[in-house]
Design a binder for this molecule. Structure first.
Ligand code: WTA
Length: 645
């Protein structure tokens, strides 16, 4: 694919789009020349109890301080619920739920969702949860997950969702870090025809979580689970006992809305903190612009609420905009690989948003399962989570969208709260594999290793030079780490951790992480996390983990393991280590390859040269580069010879 492959905006799309090229240009101009005026205007898209008069107050230097709409007051759940009821849309479907089992589905209207949220909010208050308290959510993809989020928002509690695929250990460390007082979970989850033992995992985790006073348990599959007297309550019993209205807490725009843990290049996952006003404005703004969302449309984002995409584009963004959001419990290939398109037809989905890894997996099954379904309702297709290769982009465009639907390749991060770089369907011509152009109010730049800003068509480290409302505000409990992680590499600029290229047309191509973070099937992971899981095994002396190219997952996990002296590298031990990592972190961290490494390539000062390990894992052994600074260059020869293929 070359930089000149341009897929023009179709006239029929431009004719009806909410944002045309001219309108976009005007917005880009206004957001740059008068940010206060522009965002004051955009803030009116959400409901305020007190309209903000101060708009932007941000500083990327020193301690780093980011404030938007700082004297405004609001409650996120009111923007997502109450005002739609006031506008007479209470009977519209808010959440269209599709089960893992193709025969299971449900519809929840805005009025019903409001009532459920209020009951659970009251139940949480009755358990003593107050504004500012942290509540952990460990739920499968069921309507209660959205109810739980909005119920927390209603009473000003800060939710911290932990993906249902994480292990008890991972759940425990996240609960401990933010000292959650209540956990919301279910007996079991369902995924691809299998059961996930959430309550049992939670019980295991809670052995080391003294901050948890109560657990609310959704009866989902109905399986028998242990209920601890005095601590555990059934969700339905607690909710039914409460009234269906609940006074929303008045929140300052800069009061926290949620914490979401994500992986960095070092140490344990960090609690990314988002606040209320700016995040809600960004969620609503980007959901409407990027998907060209129109009232009455059926919108489906296939992410899990355990990830940021689920937060912003299943719950907060679409509900703020009064959309019907489809929530899917299952997986793309169950019961067969036509499931996505079967669901699209069944619910007449207009906007569909998924990850490249899913597209690549379905592409491998051929066109048959796609063509069996009509897909006529589809209007816009989105991609998120990792770079989409041009082949997968074109397949998505031609086969899934019949060359009719624009593709929005949306680049963003947990830290950014919402989409930053993406085409707008009626305003930006697309290039397969490029996230195209920044949204109005987003100021990306490329810098070299010394922080020098690079101009023109070039490649470098992707930074953002000024704040946008949806930006994270801090790392929970460690603001110094926030400033250090994101603003010290290139002082005064937000460093994304990604590399990117800008072509002659000014289009942005994200090339992937430049730090020790890998992206496995759209799941972000720190190599250091997998390494510490491995070295926690008694037979492992040392481990080094790198990403390797993987056809479906984008990246796979390649681990080099040095055993404790006297231990034999057997197939049984390899299997044991794979199972060990799954248990320590969760199935998403399953190593794809483990290579026994009698030694690792280290500099004379003892630093592991990961560049070389990445090359070996990628089978690019003829371009290992300079190895002369290694303490023992012979180590490399040994590793190359015993590479796992
Ligand atoms: C990668 C997910 C290329 C990127 C929303 C980023 C992408 C990391 C894209 C954030 C895209 C996400 N093209 N790369 N369209 N979208 N990424 O925090 O490396 O789970 O830094 O947020 O995913 O992952 P996270």
């Amino acid at each position: 694919m070359t930089d000149d492959t341009l897929i023009a905006i179709k006239p029929e799309i431009a004719a009806t789009a909410r944002v045309t090229a001219e309108r976009r240009a005007a917005m880009v101009q206004a957001a740059a020349s008068d940010p206060d005026g522009f965002w004051r205007q955009e803030a009116s898209r959400i409901a305020w109890m007190k309209t903000p008069t101060k708009i932007k107050n941000t500083d990327f230097t020193g301690d780093v301080s980011i404030k938007w709409f700082e004297d405004g007051e609001l409650n996120a759940s009111v923007s997502c619920l109450d005002r739609h009821l006031e506008a007479g849309r209470g009977d519209q479907v808010a959440i269209l739920w599709e089960g893992d089992d193709p025969n299971a589905d449900s519809k929840t209207t805005y009025a019903e969702l409001h009532a459920q949220v209020c009951r659970v909010a009251n139940a949480l208050r009755a358990l003593g949860v107050k504004k500012g308290d942290r509540v952990c959510i460990y739920l499968p993809m069921i309507v209660e997950a959205a109810v739980a989020m909005l119920a927390c928002a209603r009473i000003g509690a800060v939710h911290s969702i932990v993906f249902g695929g994480f292990s008890p250990d991972s759940l425990a460390s996240r609960i401990q870090d933010s000292e959650c007082s209540v956990l919301l979970t279910a007996d079991e989850g369902r995924r691809g025809g299998r059961k996930v033992p959430l309550k049992a995992n939670a019980d295991e985790a809670l052995k080391t979580c003294p901050s948890i006073r109560h657990v609310l348990v959704v009866r989902n599959t109905g399986t028998q689970v242990a209920m601890q007297e005095g601590r555990d309550l059934w969700w339905h019993e607690a909710a039914e006992a409460q009234p269906a209205t609940c006074e929303p807490e008045r929140m300052n725009a800069e009061d926290p809305l949620f914490i979401l843990y994500t992986s960095g290049s070092t140490g344990k996952p960090k609690g990314v903190l988002h606040t209320t006003g700016g995040y809600m404005v960004w969620a609503s703004f980007t959901h409407e612009l990027v998907f060209d969302y129109r009232p009455g449309e059926i919108y489906w984002c296939t992410a899990d609420v355990g990830w940021v995409t689920g937060h912003t584009y299943i719950v907060y963004g679409p509900l703020a905009n009064g959309a019907t959001t489809l929530m899917f419990e299952g997986v793309p290939n169950y019961p067969d690989s036509g499931r996505m398109w079967q669901v699209v037809d069944k619910h007449q989905v207009n906007i569909f948003y998924t990850a490249p890894t899913a597209i690549r997996a379905l592409m491998r099954e051929g066109e048959g399962p796609v063509k069996k379904h009509s897909r006529k309702s589809l209007r816009v297709l989105g991609s998120v989570g990792e770079p989409i290769n041009p082949e997968a982009w074109l397949w998505y465009y031609r086969v899934v969208g019949d060359e009719r639907c624009p593709i929005v390749d949306t680049w963003w991060q947990t830290e950014t709260g919402g989409i930053l770089i993406s085409p707008l369907p009626g305003a930006v011509a697309q290039k397969p594999g490029s996230a195209t152009l920044p949204l109005p109010g987003v100021f990306p730049a490329l810098v070299d290793g010394d922080g020098k800003v690079l101009e023109g068509a070039t490649e470098g480290n992707l930074v953002i030079t000024d704040s946008w409302p949806g930006q994270m505000r801090s790392i929970y409990g460690d603001h110094a780490r926030f400033a250090q992680t994101y603003f010290s590499t290139f002082p005064g600029k937000y460093f994304t951790g990604d590399g990117a290229r800008r072509d002659a047309d000014g289009y942005w191509w994200i090339t992937g992480r430049v730090d020790d973070v890998i992206n496995v099937a759209g799941h972000r992971m720190g190599t250091a996390e997998v390494e510490s899981a491995l070295v926690a095994h008694p037979k492992v002396a040392e481990a080094a983990v790198v990403g390797m190219p993987h056809d479906i997952k984008g990246q796979g996990i390649y681990a080099y393991v040095t055993l404790v002296a006297g231990e034999e590298p057997t197939e049984a031990l390899r299997k044991e280590l794979v199972a060990w990592v799954r248990k320590e972190i969760g199935p998403i961290a399953t190593p794809d390859a483990i290579q026994w490494a009698p030694g690792l390539p280290k500099t004379r000062s003892g630093k592991i040269m990961r560049r070389i390990l990445r090359k070996i894992a990628a089978n690019e052994t003829d371009s290992l580069g300079d190895t002369s600074t290694l303490a023992d260059p012979a180590v490399v020869t040994e590793l190359v010879e015993n590479r796992v293929s």
